[in-house]
Design a protein around this ligand. Sequence first.
Ligand SMILES: [Zn+2]
Length: 133
Amino acid sequence: MASGEHKKYVSLMNKVLDGEATKEEQCLLDAHLAGCSSCRDHFNELRQYANLLNQLVHPQVPINFTKNVLDKLPADHRHAVRNWAARHPLYTGMAICALPMSLMMIAARRQASDREKSGNGQFILLKMPGDRS
Ligand SMILES: [Zn+2]
């Protein structure tokens, strides 16, 4: 099959993932995926990253930032972001990990400063050597 043919299906994949595809388009894609393993792999990748983005966005609903930004992007740009994510899994993984990690670091730093204020941290440090005997 010509590569132009596959490109048509890639844009269909994005439509399906966005919930913008018609039933006919969904069937067209399903039929193609059934016989084309490279498109099937690509679709699985796209779906995986779409899920990752959703997981990142939904547990932190008050912020709902990524989704709002993505929703405001024209469909073409949204698809470009997703295609880029599928082509650069390492960078995307890093970007997705960076946000929760920085939140964790902020939380950890806040906990540490709370402990300093209450003096509990010092208490634990002083107590531990004695427990060894
Ligand atoms: Zn194909």
